[in-house]
Design a protein around this ligand. Sequence first.
Ligand code: MV4
Length: 607
Amino acid sequence: MFRKVLVANRGEIAVRVMRACEELNVGTVAVYSEADKNAGHVRYADEAYNIGPARAADSYLDHEAVIEAARKANADAIHPGYGFLAENAEFADKVEETEITWIGPSADAMEQLGEKTKARKVMDSADVPIVPGTTDPVTEPEEVEAFGEEHGYPIAIKAEGGGGGRGMKIVEGPDEIEDQLTSAKREGEAYFDNDSVYLERFLENPRHVEVQIIADGEGNVRHLGERDCSLQRRHQKVIEEGPSPALTDELREQIGEAARRGVQAADYTNAGTVEFLVEEDVDREAGELLGAETNFYFLEVNTRIQVEHCVTEEITGIDIVKWQIRVAAGEELAFEQDDVEIDGHAIEFRINAENAAEEFAPQTGTLRTYDPPGGIGVRVDDALRQGDEIGGDYDSMVAKLIVYGSDRDECISRSLRALREFEIDGLTTVIPFHRLMLSDEAFVDGQHTTKYIDEQLDPARIEEAQAQWGSETIEDDADDEAVVERQFTVEVNGKRFDVDLEERGATPIAAQPSSGGDDRPDTVGPGGTDDTEITGDGETVTAEMQGTILEINVEVGDEVAAGDVICVLEAMKMENDVVAERGGEVTQVAVAEEDSVDMGDVLVVLE
Ligand code: MV4
């Protein structure tokens, strides 16, 4: 077993990995950016190293800085968590070239499965059903047309390097082929440096079901059952659960075995997830359910531990992260497939700092109250505590709430109880949205598909839920205790040390305002992915997230109407239209094309 593991991540997943290390008696090393000097993962680790500025590209994504920290710390392995460098085959390869062990699948396996037509070929040859389509790239409109004539419409054109909703274009009929093909190629080139695309039949109303697998270096592969992640908003998962309410035991067995065969064929090691689309037979001409049969189709493999892995841990009792570390250290899996039993039901809620009533706009602020729930069946994975600040530098996840029950009904009522107990003040979270879903007929009946939030749920109900259950921000009472605890951080040569002081008779440290202390707007407006503050007759359009300006469509003096696209912001590898909410005359354009902008930066002012 390793002596010391460096966790190349932050937030709850970094703490989750360190907890596994702790149980294995393995030392833990954190890395942190300037913005994270006092973050939970740094507090948890045995030692911590500063790897650069807040911007992820200059710290958490900096290959050399991470490897350098591992060297300084004398760590013998690196765990990447999810996001950041987790699926970066080039980084995995660099780590493999050192004496440090990469806790994850081999760079080779990551590369193979990252290229989608290769992954489709591997799965197809292992008898895993793939969505009907091509296993080689297509380049010409005529090829798409021929595919349409054979299989009908709609067709999905997907980027070879894509995944997670990026680089996918839908063609509804022959007249859209040319534009969508060009667009898919362009996105592939821009985001993945690869303009290669392939075709699939587009399934119109699928569920998203994924199978957790774990494999050791001796060729043993086990599947740990499935999770249903159908409740998504714009490709962002909101609630995940297991087992899937949409599968029969027979189908569950088939899909699990298919996943196992597939990754075995790819010589896969460590933890991974095989994603499937599940859909009832439809008559594509008439658009009607045939009802007779449910089919599943391979979509892609995620070569990392996922946010929602906890669901599987709760219903199997298997510590997936611990097994990741063990198999990377050369241990063999100590359980057979038949030993894996799915027991009960688990649901995971992402407690994001977002206002669901304002198109899930990210929120920043200070956690004035942070009081998570407890009791039977309740697990909270987080990396923060009361008083911490949620900045705009990284994602907006405050915590994950994972609830276990002996069956789905018990799990749902327990979840409602836990969400009612969860007390957060100082910033808006999606807790009211979760409470709405738990009383929503489609969700409670398990009937929802991937289209549910985006296309079927009435937004007015989200607003009502937010109004009803969104907590008021409570002002802090001044803390007038005579003993004041102060924590200091000392950084020596880029290594971090904590110093705790208890000061008697000291003046309490004033609480920071939850907003207004920075230059970001307090409120964010609706309107797609943009972020608009209405002031008097005017409107200041600001960036909702950190990103790059791709295109500016207006100049000073232009008249724009409500809903007009003002500019295009590339963020999180997606092109986002920034839209005017009210409209008016452009009085200022504060950015230029190719500028990097931070969340809250002013883009354009209208009057
Ligand atoms: C599809 C599809 C329907 N048909 N492919 C979106 C994320 C990316 N991983 C693949 N995605 C989809 N691919 C075919 N042939 C529908 C989706 C899709 C989706 C998939 C999983 C979860 C949520 C989704 C939401 C919209 C579309």
